[in-house]
Design a protein around this ligand. Structure first.
Ligand code: ZN
Ligand code: FE
Length: 256
């Protein structure tokens, strides 16, 4: 089977919307359409018919285009069963562990609460692609608005369990600011230092830093390192519970 074709559409100030196209069946999904017009234009350019909306969470910069796209196409809106009341136009409700079949490909659904209570992620194992919305970012993670620190850490730990070769299609280009923060808590990490330099170079040339590889996130993203004893010790939190370390890093970032 041919892998999914994934097109990154930058919208608003720093959002990424993704078109996911299954060449064999012609099915085309949009992940987290913040807006509708640029998506309709990109679909027209490629000659693709939109068949699905996959929403990760209810925030307006992820669902703002749902209604207009649903009016313009014969499509199915997929979102969290847990948060159905806040997903505009939802047709299919999905839950943790479920496999949602999209155009001959399987999307594995993970419930990843924390940023919002009903946040989900979609993982296409056959294409090494993870759509994680505002849960995991390149070198960062989403703010914990609705869930607990325990929930957010558990959610990140779940995503971290996927293969290193997984490409992390997060919903924002926050990487350069995240790198500055990451260096403030993990400045002796040589892999992080090299990555931060690469990110500065990419951004100076206007190139997206997303998607990143999950394997790279595991070794450089401070929010995935809360259970690393050396990292905790460097924060003055040797032997602390990973949730406490995660909460400390998250609160430092909130105030950075
Ligand atoms: Zn959000
Ligand atoms: Fe967002």
């Amino acid at each position: 089977m041919v892998g999914l074709e994934i097109v990154q559409v930058p919208v608003l100030s720093d959002n990424y919307v993704y078109l996911v196209h299954a060449p064999e069946s012609g099915a085309t999904a949009v992940v987290d359409p913040a807006v509708s017009e640029p998506i309709i234009a990109e679909l027209a350019r490629r000659g693709w018919q939109l068949t699905h909306i996959l929403n990760t969470h209810h925030h307006g910069d992820h669902t703002g285009g749902n209604r207009k796209l649903k009016a313009a196409f014969d499509l199915t809106v997929v979102g969290a069963d847990n948060d159905a009341a806040r997903i505009p136009g939802i047709d299919v409700r999905v839950r943790d562990g479920q496999r949602y079949e999209f155009g001959g490909h399987q999307a594995q659904v993970f419930e990843v609460p924390g940023h919002t209570s009903g946040h989900i992620a979609y993982y296409f194992a056959d294409s090494d692609a993870l759509f994680c919305g505002d849960t995991l970012f390149a070198l960062g993670c989403g703010r914990v608005f609705e869930g607990t620190m325990t929930e957010m850490w558990t959610s990140l730990d779940t995503l971290r369990g996927l293969p290193d070769a997984t490409r992390v299609y997060c919903a924002h280009e926050y990487t350069q600011a995240n790198a500055k923060f990451a260096l403030s808590v993990d400045g002796t990490n040589q892999k992080l230092r090299r990555r931060a330099a690469e990110i500065d170079d990419l951004r100076a040339r206007g190139i997206p830093t997303v998607p990143s590889l999950l394997g790279t996130e595991k070794s450089t993203n401070p929010f995935l390192r809360a259970d690393d004893p050396a990292f905790a010790a460097a924060l003055g939190m040797a032997a602390a519970d990973p949730v406490a370390v995660f909460a400390e890093v998250r609160s430092r970032k909130d105030n950075f």
